[in-house]
Design a protein around this ligand. Structure first.
Ligand code: ZN
Length: 142
């Protein structure tokens, strides 16, 4: 689709810039090295306003009071998407987009599609655009 061919689409909602997505992956890998994260699955979520990073979330192995507030199932751990929203300090994300991806055991991008609880949360706080890594390691729009 050519830019401008869909007038109803706000200008911030453009296709993901590959340079930007590569940068996000680099940042996530940097966090992994810095924090020495060595788990089977690692999810990251970035909240962006245009190309500015508002917050970065990652999945945690522990729970949090917000987990129940946002109607995740009991004993749910903190998902990367919720972590990014909590860190952003904002409950309205109408002008922002969220990009989430997962590294698999071998460190490759793999399916990081938001679960049904996160999908409900993401739409309730207003994200109009959500991107995730699919099983082929490509970022696709939800
Ligand atoms: Zn989730």
């Amino acid at each position: 689709m050519v830019a401008g061919s869909s007038p109803a689409r706000p200008t911030i909602f453009q296709k993901m810039n590959p340079r930007l997505t590569n940068r996000l992956v680099d940042i996530a890998q940097g966090i992994e090295i810095e924090k020495q994260i060595n788990r089977r699955t690692r999810h990251y979520a970035f909240i962006l306003n245009k190309s500015k990073i508002i917050s970065i979330g990652r999945n945690k192995l522990k729970s949090h009071p917000q987990v129940l507030k946002y109607k995740y199932h009991e004993n749910a751990t903190i998902h990367a998407e919720l972590s990014a929203i909590i860190k952003s300090g904002s409950i309205s994300h109408k002008n922002n987009k969220l990009i989430t991806f997962r590294f698999d055991k071998s460190g490759k991008l793999n399916n990081g599609k938001p679960c049904k609880y996160c999908q409900r949360l993401l739409s309730s706080v207003g994200f109009k655009e959500v991107w995730y890594s699919n099983s082929k390691g490509k970022l696709v729009q939800l």
